[in-house]
Design a protein around this ligand. Structure first.
Ligand SMILES: *[C@@H]1O[C@H](CO)[C@@H](O)[C@H](O)[C@H]1NC(C)=O
Ligand SMILES: *[C@@H]1O[C@H](CO)[C@@H](O)[C@H](O)[C@H]1NC(C)=O
Length: 476
């Protein structure tokens, strides 16, 4: 897969044996667009120039902003790749006191390891110098590998070309000379044409895929409050998307396609556990993807598109695969608790057994093929903001920063300028939580991250039960 690289196996392949993503079946190869920031060398004067760097898909790129710092390169050759921890007792420092931009060589370990080691040694940002001349590519973390520190990386990282890296290394290694001062600039990494941001989140409803799925779920529930504020005020237009594959004709009728597809092989998802005989099947995942698409459509038709965030968060809590509650019945309870009409949902979802197209899923397959600068979407989760793929860790504050960078200057909504916000979701239909109509005692609680349904404590009486639909005063 060009454009994306992980040190190690260097390649990310679709897990499914025969399910095909529409995008890869078209003539153009699947491609992840490399998103860049700019680097301006300010001094020494002889090096003054602008260069490009490829933003890594981890850490927190400073979207909309800049960082000016001094480039340092490890003096000890054994530490030049940044793969071993640096001496924690002597953190990197620039003579001028400016932040440190640590330059390390590509190779020997995962990219993210370099950034983590550098961050712990006081670096504010990390540049990785490529080790051969080639177009810039996106540094990513290895799939299926659990790097425990990944979520703790906050320093932004970028890959620079071999020639630029060589020049920086030589200049930074000259002791006693002028410091190498660079400005890393992310202001144009996100287009910011107008006063509204459009963004898309591509996912797959499957909570069995390990750290990536956990990260995705944690992001949705943490970002929900921001997302709903932006959407209610009309500042952002959000569209959820799902990666939907199909069963190629030559595999029609195989056990795999029967297990992973609906509508006679037209729409598929890989088996959640990778075991066709066990647990949930790919077709269960496709049906829930479809349901979430329909939740968005039905809610949107009722001018409340943001209800999708509640549905997805609640569904994950109430209907998890791990607890063996991933079922139609459970999903329908969540739909009902959020006040979405069952008839509209049924009409949108159609009949998964029918040998017929489903307009909603067919549309999904079409839009995952690349358009303009965005590139094909083949990896889940993928966040696309103003038609550019987001780079960096999937975490609420980091993403909010990127979205805020997508507004034309001075048109940023309040949520971009302040951290304090209330979501007031309990005012509307009691947030879908339990309430006693006689006493108005409710399980709905507004929080910074959106509402939660938790049985309350009222006048010293603890209510217990399931905050979504059943709380009882505990006997004392
Ligand atoms: C990451 O941060 C969390 C809390 O902020 C901390 O508990 C954890 O130990 C950190 N992990 C590492 C590898 O430093
Ligand atoms: C409960 O709250 C609703 C809405 O705030 C209000 O209209 C109603 O009168 C309240 N009922 C009681 C018993 O307090």
């Amino acid at each position: 897969m060009p454009g994306l690289t992980m040190e190690g196996d260097g390649r990310r392949l679709a897990a499914a044996l025969c399910l095909v993503i529409v995008a890869t079946a078209s003539v153009a190869p699947a491609q992840l667009v490399v998103v860049k920031n700019s680097i301006w060398v300010m001094s020494p004067l002889s090096m003054r120039a602008h260069h490009e760097a490829a933003i890594a898909n981890y850490g927190v790129p400073n979207y909309g902003g800049t960082l000016t710092g001094v480039v340092l390169y490890p003096a000890d050759a054994k530490l030049a790749t940044g793969c071993r921890p640096f001496d924690a007792t002597a953190p990197f420092k620039s003579r001028s006191g400016r932040p440190v931009v640590l330059l390390v060589d590509r190779g020997e370990c995962y990219f993210a390891v370099k950034t983590w080691n550098a961050q712990q040694a006081g670096a504010a940002a990390v540049l990785v110098a490529d080790n051969f001349e080639e177009p810039l590519l996106t540094m990513d973390n290895p799939e299926g590998e659990t790097l425990t520190f990944l979520a703790n990386i906050t320093a932004p990282s970028a890959l620079v070309t071999k020639s630029f890296g060589d020049a920086l290394r030589i200049a930074a290694s000259k002791s006693g000379e002028e410091e190498v001062v660079v400005q890393l600039d992310w202001r144009e990494s996100m287009p910011h044409p107008d006063a509204r941001v459009e963004y898309e989140f591509w996912s797959n409803i499957n909570d069995e895929c390990g750290p990536r799925c956990d990260e995705q779920a944690a992001f949705v529930s943490a970002f929900r409050g921001h997302a709903q504020l932006l959407e209610k005020a009309g500042d952002a237009l959000f569209t959820p998307h799902y990666i939907i594959r199909f069963c190629p004709a030559r595999f029609a009728g195989t056990r795999q396609c029967a297990s992973e597809c609906i509508n006679h092989g037209r729409y598929c998802a890989p088996d959640p556990e990778g075991d066709l005989g066990a647990g949930y099947e790919g077709r269960d995942v496709v049906v829930e993807n479809l349901r979430q698409l329909c939740v968005h459509r039905v809610a949107n038709a009722r001018n409340a598109s943001w209800v999708w965030w509640d549905f997805v968060t609640d569904y994950r809590v109430r209907c998890s695969m791990r607890e063996k509650k991933y079922s139609r019945g459970c999903a329908e309870e969540v739909v009902a608790s959020l006040g979405l009409p069952a008839e509209m949902m049924a009409e949108c979802m159609g009949d998964p057994e029918a040998d017929a197209d489903n307009e909603v899923l067919k549309t999904e397959q079409m839009v995952q093929v690349g358009q303009g600068n965005r590139g094909n979407v083949t990896v889940s989760p993928t966040l696309v903001i103003n038609n550019v793929q987001y780079r960096g860790k999937l975490e609420s504050t980091a993403v909010l920063k990127a979205i805020c960078a997508g507004f034309k200057e001075t048109t940023e909504p309040r949520v971009c300028l302040t951290q304090d916000m209330e979501t007031d979701e309990c005012l509307d239909n009691n947030g879908g939580c339990w309430r006693d109509d006689k006493t108005n005692i409710t399980a709905c609680k507004d929080t910074y991250r959106g509402r939660v349904c938790e049985c309350p404590m009222v006048e010293g009486v603890k209510y217990e039960g399931y905050g979504y639909n059943d709380c009882k005063a505990s006997a004392r």
